[in-house]
Design a binder for this molecule. Sequence first.
Ligand code: SF4
Length: 181
Amino acid sequence: MPVHLEPRDVSADLENFNSVLIVSCPVCPPMCLAMQQNLPFIEFFKRGLKTGAFEDYIQSIRKPLEQRGMPTGAYSIHTPTPMMCLWTKGQRRRLLKRARDYEAVLVLGCDSAAYTAQEALKNTTCQVIQGMRMIGTTNATLKVRFPMTIDLDMHCVLKNGEARQHKTNVGASQEIEKMAS
Ligand code: SF4
């Protein structure tokens, strides 16, 4: 169930820091960026298992910061679970170690991803900033095409309140926001 996320403008949030580590959840955020930009989720022979739209987005955050002299880093963990909402204690310790050299951590992920980072860094002075806004949950069709390319054809975003309404009022018309036909 991918969470639907949209990027936030975090330039003002980062103004008072001298270094930032960008920590991304490699599950929902790349899917959302690819769908929003109508670009492939995976183009194996071009970008391997990385999502081009998401990697370009991370670079678009880092470049202006580095141009003004701020050191940045990018971090993501895929094993044993890529989902930041389910990170093990070991993964949280790895983040703690990696974030040691940074004043701020910018989380590209949902509220639960940001919570994971906050929990891992609770005994440090490193500040956690959430770089994406949760909109709802996504419904999309996954399409595989030659050569080893995966597209996500988004149908709609179910907003939290509306999804709850559907769940508790079976038979009532489900209100969904059409994002794509
Ligand atoms: S942490 Fe959030 S963004 Fe990442 S997989 Fe879990 S629900 Fe999706």
